[in-house]
Design a protein around this ligand. Structure first.
Ligand code: NAD
Ligand code: AKB
Length: 313
């Protein structure tokens, strides 16, 4: 990785990934791009205003800057995708097809994040295998399975070095999440600090796979720098760090903020999405093929989140 482009760079993952990549590879070698304006944190380095559906501008940016690696993060997440299905399909699929075409032309390596959303009700919810049935019931999940398959296709057919992960819900303190179903696990921290109370939109027992952002960023970079000869799966590696439900997360927060309370006002749309996703994936393929290992479990994540959020409030 010498010249890197991050699409969706103003989002929850992109804002932190871009900064880590700039620390590692030099700010002048990491271009951030988003449809939204640049965040202050991204302003010291190069930034492009880009809609990933605009293939001509996208191609010009890659060509002009001799980009060799693209982290393609621009997408609409699960809840927003259910509210705006046409737009979600357009951004998630046509944006991905554009980046695959451009990667083929300019021989770029490509990172594509899939999700636990790529699974559905018929998938084993516990110890979800790497290779298993994938019949998602959400538009977002359908776009993720299609994306996984397209990345495999561009690798086998055209030799594009496409690699990817199936992320669980990601928890972070820097940039708020952009409209997903696992967002409760971030919102709860803002509420705990501000008002010591949180109204949760999922049921108390809704167990889901989760991960703290530093592990998610490490995973993306470690996969992209792994020896390609060791990769049998390449795209859509299951990775996980912890699995909990809202009640368990609230109990962990109460260890630090004893007066914190939680109530449950279930949103049927988001509950149905969460109920269709796995509880805990098996990530042994990622461990064997490129040495994946999470650093943060639930107690360590909660302690670090509260420390970081208090220092910025
Ligand atoms: P986010 O919503 O926080 O950020 C996405 C960014 O993409 C936003 O800044 C948005 O402005 C930008 N964007 C949207 N449409 C665009 C377009 N047409 N052109 C250019 N930019 C556009 O999302 P995130 O959480 O950072 O997720 C990034 C990627 O990781 C997505 O593909 C998402 O599906 C995947 N993912 C995220 C999680 C998670 O928990 N955050 C879990 C699994 C997978
Ligand atoms: C969402 O909830 O949509 C994302 C995801 C798990 O893909 N956080």
């Amino acid at each position: 990785m010498k010249k890197i482009l991050v699409t969706g760079a103003a989002g929850q993952i992109g804002s932190e990934l871009t900064i880590t990549l700039r620390d590692k590879y030099g700010a002048e070698n990491v271009w951030a791009a988003d449809r939204k304006p640049a965040l202050t944190e991204l302003q010291p380095g190069p930034f492009y205003s880009l809609d990933v559906r605009d293939v001509s501008t996208f191609n010009q940016i890659v060509e002009a800057n001799h980009i060799d690696t693209i982290f393609h993060l621009a997408a609409l997440l699960s809840t927003v995708a259910e509210q705006k299905p046409q737009q979600a399909w357009d951004v998630n699929m046509n944006g991905l097809i554009n980046v695959l075409k451009i990667s083929r032309i300019h021989q770029c390596a490509l990172f594509f994040p899939s999700s636990i959303a790529a699974f559905g009700m018929e998938t084993p919810p516990m110890d979800t295998p790497q290779d298993t049935i994938q019949r998602p019931t959400t538009l977002y999940g359908i776009s993720k399975v299609s994306g996984e398959l397209l990345c495999d296709y561009y690798h086998h057919r055209f030799g594009v070095d496409a690699r990817g992960l199936r992320y669980p819900g990601l928890i972070s303190s820097k940039t708020p999440p952009g409209g997903g179903t696992t967002d409760y696990a971030v919102d709860i921290f803002y509420a705990a600090i501000k008002s010591q109370h949180y109204d949760c939109f999922l049921r108390a027992d809704t167990q889901l796979d989760m991960m703290y952002m530093p592990d998610a960023i490490d995973a993306a970079i470690n996969l992209m720098t792994a020896d390609s000869r060791q990769l049998k799966h390449r795209n859509a590696f299951n990775i996980t760090a912890m699995s909990f439900n809202p009640q368990q997360l609230a109990a962990e927060i109460q260890k630090h903020i004893p007066e914190f309370t939680i109530a449950y006002h279930v949103d049927p749309l988001r509950q149905a999405i969460a109920d269709s996703w796995p509880r805990h994936m098996n990530d042994s393929a990622a461990k064997v093929e490129w040495g994946w290992q999470a650093q943060f479990d639930l107690p360590a994540m909660v302690e670090d989140m509260l420390k970081n959020m208090r220092s910025t409030q």
